[in-house]
Design a protein around this ligand. Structure first.
Ligand code: FAD
Length: 456
């Protein structure tokens, strides 16, 4: 069969790119080896958030007496929560299948291998296309630590398959995925220890926010060891993780060990060498148009090694589709919101205060504490803050960091104003509904507006 576009991989990059190409009138085929929705829907964003939602509900229920809600013998059924997660994933997967069909995208099941710059072979049959978008995503990375091949070691893939809740966990890696799992199991009352090699967890996020989160996690019983270099892993039923902190040998024990130290591109055995597609380290090399060195072949998503987030993969898919129809669009990465689904949530976009200072920008920082927000108080939340970083002279917004209930929804507002090159004055002038948590954005803008915008 001949197509205008063949998309290899049906994750949030690939399935959205296929729909976009079809919307542009291009005859499109989408090839997927496993399930539509990719990592994000089946082994990433959605299943973790379904589990976290249940755990948060449990956590809040434990403190609900204050709201006059009385429970007798509050308990948790992990198997039921995993069934709920599977129901949500299944429903959304059907939704994607329906969307592809509705847009006239042909979906082929099977592992695709590039044979030349216009041909992909799947299950011994070939499809031909004028343009190809590679979107084969990523899988968990396992560092070369003795004992890492132990059958009891889990990556996020296995954790999300688990039907029983472990009693105690050692999590290697205090990045976003590790900290979300720590939040999940600590909320369910399990013993959690996080081992992080760097001097702090969630490296790169505003230090003040990380400090506050660390305090909250500790109060939940999570033990966080930073500067911990893991040396080896032993045991089967009970696992011992040997590590070193400041030259001192130490060990941590748990009934389960999760390794979450990053993800690697899935680009082996897909024919890159046959076609001569250039790599950039362990990723595929692309230009700002998302073209590879082979002009009719594009690469998007986690395999490009830019920012491994679902919404970045999706945006890259849109940009690749636009470039296929000749729009010459550039992919930009300066306004990409990121989220951590802790309780309260954390979200940020653009530059942090430290990054702006390092970039020698003259800045002012507008702040507001969640404790002063009416809606958050009603919801029983007092912890958290927002920081908006803006240009001292013009009020241009460089970025924001938020720790607050629903921070992951609120960050979209800052992303929009940054994308529109708006100012702190415009943010401050915008009437926000009351009582809402998003009023913290306006309050932080009020805090700093008079200090900059000296052109007013
Ligand atoms: P993928 O989603 O990995 O999809 C690639 C697809 O290609 C897969 O379905 C695979 O089967 C298929 N494939 C591979 N090779 C072939 C082949 N040769 N032929 C056919 N098909 C092939 N991101 C967020 O933005 N928010 C979150 O909250 C979030 N939470 C996460 C939680 C976890 C636990 C994990 C692991 C990730 C999370 N992510 C999150 C990251 C997000 O899932 C990824 O960034 C995103 O899925 C990348 O999309 P993609 O399209 O590049 O690849």
């Amino acid at each position: 069969m001949r197509y205008d576009v063949a998309v290899l991989g049906g994750g949030p990059g690939g399935y959205e790119a296929a729909i976009r190409c079809s919307q542009y009138g291009l005859k499109t085929v989408l090839i997927e080896a496993r399930e539509l929705g990719g990592t994000c829907l089946n082994r990433g964003c959605i299943p973790t958030k379904a589990l976290l939602h249940g755990a948060e509900f449990f956590d809040e229920a434990k403190g609900a007496e204050e709201f006059g809600v009385l429970f007798d013998n509050i308990a948790f059924d992990y198997e039921k929560l995993t069934a709920y997660k599977e129901k949500i994933v299944g429903r959304l997967r059907k939704g994607i299948e329906g969307l592809e069909k509705a847009h006239g995208v042909t979906v082929i099941k099977g592992f695709g291998v590039l044979k030349n710059s216009n041909e992909i072979e799947i299950n011994g049959e070939s499809v031909y296309a004028d343009h190809i978008i590679i979107a084969t995503g990523s899988s968990p990375f396992l560092p070369p630590i003795p004992g890492i091949d132990n059958k009891s070691i889990m990556t996020s893939d296995e954790v999300l398959e688990m039907k029983q809740c472990p009693e105690s966990l050692v999590i290697i890696g205090g990045g976003i995925i590790g900290i979300e799992f720590a939040t999940l199991y600590a909320s369910l009352g399990k013993k959690v220890m996080v081992l992080e090699m760097q001097p702090e967890i969630l490296l790169g996020i505003d230090k003040e926010i990380v400090k506050e989160l660390s305090r909250i996690l500790k109060r939940k019983g999570v033990e966080i060891i930073t500067g911990a270099k893991v040396l080896s892993i032993e045991g089967t039923d009970e696992i011992t993780v040997n590590y070193e902190k400041g030259d001192q040998p130490k060990s941590a024990a748990g009934s389960c060990c999760i390794v979450s130290v990053g993800r690697k591109a899935q680009i082996d055995n897909i024919g890159l060498e046959t076609v001569g597609i250039r790599r950039n380290g362990s990723f595929i090399d692309v230009d700002a148009h998302l073209r590879t060195n082979v002009p009719n072949i594009y690469a998007i998503g986690d395999i490009t090694g830019k920012i491994q987030l679902a919404h970045v993969a999706t945006k890259q898919g849109m940009v690749a589709a636009e470039n296929i129809i000749g729009k010459e669009k550039l992919m930009k990465y300066d306004v990409v919101p990121s989220c951590v689904y802790t309780n309260p949530e954390i979200a940020w976009v653009g530059l942090s205060e430290d990054q702006a200072i390092k970039a020698k920008k003259k800045i002012k920082v507008g702040r507001f504490g969640v404790g002063g927000n009416g809606k958050a108080s009603v919801m029983g939340h007092s912890k958290g803050l927002i920081k908006i970083i803006c240009d001292e002279a013009t009020g241009e917004i460089y970025g924001a960091q938020i720790m607050a209930p629903r921070a992951t929804d609120i960050i979209g507002e800052i992303a929009v104003i940054m994308e529109c090159e708006g100012t702190i004055e415009e943010l401050s002038n915008t009437i926000h509904p009351h009582p809402t948590v998003c009023e913290i954005v306006m309050e932080a803008a009020h805090d700093v507006e008079d200090l900059c915008c000296n052109t007013l």
